[in-house]
Design a protein. Structure first.
Length: 172
């Protein structure tokens, strides 16, 4: 098992930056392994490189059921190329916003173009949980967080609560 990395929490500026294109190098392969280890340890179902302090267009995810064998997916430079017209609403959370959950409406199906770890061009089509996870993680590469889809009132409530929780953790 690879070592884990510290996860950045809101309001870390890195979480609002636009990430750079990435190449399939040994460094990126090593980073993706560490990101997967970090994601599984959290535990979470998706993690984007900016969340571990790297402004790179790199995403790892695994939406397989708890009792199913692991099914890690690693995406370099992922891009949404098609979305369904119909939306689905589901509860989202984020490892950079610990303890915060809210309903978010997004296209029910998406097609994403990306490069694999060997640099090859790939496509993945997802619906339901996979579609939401793909969109949530790709948002991270553009400095967008799921709380951006909420009303300003709800978003500010979340941010205040998070700041309070993190302060309490630091003070302990
Ligand atoms: Ni997230």
């Amino acid at each position: 098992m690879s070592e884990t990395m510290p996860i950045l929490y809101v309001p870390a500026p890195m979480l609002r930056a636009r990430a750079r294109l990435v190449e399939a190098t040994d460094d990126v392969r090593a980073l993706s392994e560490k990101m997967l280890a970090t994601m599984y340890a959290a535990p979470g179902i998706g993690l984007a490189a900016p969340q571990v302090g790297e402004a790179l267009r790199l995403v790892v995810l695994d939406v397989s059921a708890k009792d199913a064998p692991p099914n890690p997916v690693i995406l370099l430079n992922p891009e949404v190329v098609a979305v369904s017209e119909d939306l689905a609403t589901r509860e989202e959370g984020c490892l950079s916003l610990p303890g915060m959950y809210a309903d978010v409406a997004r296209p029910h199906v998406v097609r994403v173009r990306y490069q694999g770890l060997d640099g090859s061009k790939q496509e993945i089509e997802g619906e339901g949980l996979l579609a939401a996870c793909l969109q949530h993680e790709i948002d991270h590469l553009n400095g967008v967080l799921f709380i951006d889809y909420l009303s300003p009132l709800k978003r500010n409530m979340f941010l205040r609560k998070l700041a309070k929780d993190l302060k309490r953790e630091r003070d302990q």
